[in-house]
Unconditional design. Structure first.
Length: 255
């Protein structure tokens, strides 16, 4: 069984580990001993340890899950040359990784929190030599997309990485609208959950415009609601959200 060494044990790392623990040997290194022990209690098959003053990465498969601004301090502790580095650090360029961490090959990847349920939409780029291995690893936590450039990955970060938060806002608003018109909060949440579950199959097999046209009849309830959404700037607001999230990813890379 191949071994993966996670450096960092935040929410994204935990989500990924849950999807990978049955297929890979997992070693988790982090700074917070209490949260490491909690993770070990939840997933007994993994190994956990606290990051010390020095960290030997010789010939290891590293999955880097720290915050981007922690990379400088972490790099000072690393000893040896890793076999490969799979980085989930938003905006952090391959060139930066190569300057900070010694490894044979490097991959940038952006999963999302759907990894908790093996439903992540994960975008990947980097050294072609690691392409098949990267796809195999991240297919364990959902769907993968290999892109040719870091710019494309930064755009994908804005869409699929940040997307769950954007969709959560839409879901909450739909539920609020139902409650505003007399439905109980519990029933509203059940409706919205079922809506999103069914929509995943629809969007996987149809273009967005096709879905809209299949639901919207002339002068009907959908047309009326849709007109309100356009008037309120929902479309432009979502486009602006992607623009700003992408710009932030680019800025993180420059910093």
């Amino acid at each position: 069984m191949e071994k993966l060494t996670f450096i960092g044990n935040g929410n994204m790392a935990k989500a990924m580990i849950k999807g990978l623990a049955n297929k890979y040997e997992i070693d988790v290194l982090g700074r917070n001993e209490k949260s490491l022990e909690a993770l070990k209690h939840e997933l007994a098959m993994i190994e956990v340890s606290k990051i010390g003053e020095k960290l030997d990465i010789e010939n290891k498969n590293i999955v880097l899950c720290v915050k981007p601004n922690s990379l400088d301090d972490l790099s000072l502790k690393l000893i040896g040359e890793a076999r490969c580095v799979y980085s989930v650090l938003a905006g952090t360029k391959l060139e930066t990784l190569k300057n900070k961490i010694c490894a044979t090959n490097y991959i940038r990847t952006m999963p999302n929190i759907g990894a908790t349920y093996q439903k992540s939409m994960t975008t990947i780029t980097g050294d072609e030599a690691l392409k098949s291995s990267a796809l195999e690893i991240f297919n364990c936590i959902g769907t993968t997309l290999w892109v040719k450039s870091e710019k494309e990955l930064d755009v994908a970060t804005a869409v699929a990485g940040s997307g769950p938060a954007f969709l959560a806002l839409i879901a909450e608003a739909l539920s609020d609208g139902a409650v505003n018109n007399g439905l109980s909060r519990n029933d509203a949440n059940i409706l919205v959950s079922g809506l999103f579950d069914g929509f995943s199959a629809l969007i996987a097999n149809n273009k967005p415009s096709e879905i809209k046209d299949s639901v919207m009849s002339p002068g009907g309830t959908t047309a009326s609601g849709y007109a309100s959404m356009e008037k309120s700037g929902v479309r432009s607001g979502m486009i602006e959200a992607i623009n700003n999230a992408y710009a932030k990813a680019v800025l993180l890379g420059k910093n």
